[in-house]
Design a protein around this ligand. Structure first.
Ligand SMILES: *[C@@H]1O[C@H](CO)[C@@H](O)[C@H](O)[C@H]1NC(C)=O
Ligand SMILES: *[C@@H]1O[C@H](CO)[C@@H](O)[C@H](O)[C@H]1NC(C)=O
Length: 309
């Protein structure tokens, strides 16, 4: 039996998806409901990986015996719905991946009272996420919602997830980033990463990052931003890496005093404005555009900026 497990683990390693030190019992089931239940009951697996099966609904019954699991992956399984309470007995689960399925909606109570730290919902068809869908996920550190169809960002989603520091919404249909994107009570001194590349963002509220003191990655590239509020970072002490390339910025008076590194390439900049933007403060420019000839009026006041176009 030991040899058998070792072999499976090796297969997992070859596929690059399994960490052997951490998850001792690993199982890749060939789905057959009867075998599944027998196996789950007999073995207290702590890593279960299921892929390429047809599981249109994750029901309570399907995973009922999996009480010891720490890492669960149900991927490429055409999952469309998750029954409320389906993961309820998995009190030890730290990582859950449901990527590459057909989920369209995340309802309230699906992840209720779980201690998940990493949640991967990428590559689904998610359009709607209920307000309280992630409420009570107090251990959640990272969430991946990339490659979905989310159009409206709700600032109640992460109101209770105080440990969250990485959110990925890459390649969705979001148009607006509202006030306090982590809810009005959010408060942290951790470095936060927000990935919003490849959306349709036009507007960012001036208070979107209120009480976010440290930003690691803020990726807003490949959107349709024309201008940014000057005081967007007025609560922020440091922004490590800001991406604003591939937008529609002609001119913006955004204060980048605390921004370490930024990329503003591939925007229809007014050249004078761009120069002033760059000269304004001491961010390290990673722009690959050819440097502009220095103008005489380099230190002009940012409030004099005009927007053209
Ligand atoms: C998957 O399962 C559902 C219900 O169990 C069924 O309706 C559907 O046809 C199945 N799809 C495939 C591709 O087998
Ligand atoms: C999020 O999901 C995408 C698509 O599956 C993947 O490329 C990316 O590495 C993931 N990011 C994180 C932080 O897990």
């Amino acid at each position: 039996m030991l040899k058998f497990k070792f072999l499976i683990c090796l297969i997992g390693l070859l596929c690059g998806s399994v960490s052997c030190e951490r998850y001792k019992n690993i199982w890749f089931p060939k789905i057959n409901r009867a075998t599944l239940h027998r196996e789950f009951t007999k073995n207290q697996f702590d890593h279960v990986h299921i892929d390429h099966q047809n599981i249109s609904q994750i029901t309570k019954g399907l995973l009922w015996e999996l009480t010891a699991v720490k890492k669960l992956e149900i991927e490429l399984c055409q999952v469309r719905t998750i029954e409320e309470g389906a993961f309820k007995r998995m009190a030890r689960m730290e990582k859950l991946s449901l990527k590459h399925n057909l989920l369209e909606e995340i309802k309230n109570n699906v992840f209720k009272d779980l201690s998940i730290e990493e949640l991967d919902l990428s590559n689904n068809q998610i359009k709607t996420i209920s307000e309280q869908a992630f409420a009570d996920m107090r251990q959640l550190r990272s969430i991946n919602l990339s490659n979905n169809k989310i159009a409206v960002y709700h600032n109640k989603w992460f109101a209770d997830t105080q440990k969250l520091h990485e959110i990925n919404f890459e390649n969705n249909l979001i148009k607006v980033l509202p006030e306090t994107i982590f809810g009005i009570n959010f408060f942290t001194f951790s470095y936060m990463s927000f990935i919003f590349s490849h959306n349709q963002i036009e507007e960012i509220d001036e208070k979107a990052f209120k009480k976010v003191f440290y930003l690691n990655k803020l990726y807003l590239d490949h959107n349709t931003i024309t201008t940014l509020p000057r005081n967007l970072f007025s609560w922020t002490h440091r922004v490590e890496d800001l991406r604003l390339d591939h937008n529609r910025i002609v001119c913006t008076a955004l204060n980048i005093k605390h921004v370490k590194k930024y990329n503003v390439d591939d925007n229809p900049w007014n050249q004078e404005c761009l120069q002033a933007f760059k000269n304004g403060e001491d961010g390290t420019v990673t722009s690959s555009t050819t440097p502009l000839p220095s103008t005489t009026s380099t230190k002009r006041s940012r409030d004099n900026f005009i927007r053209i176009g």
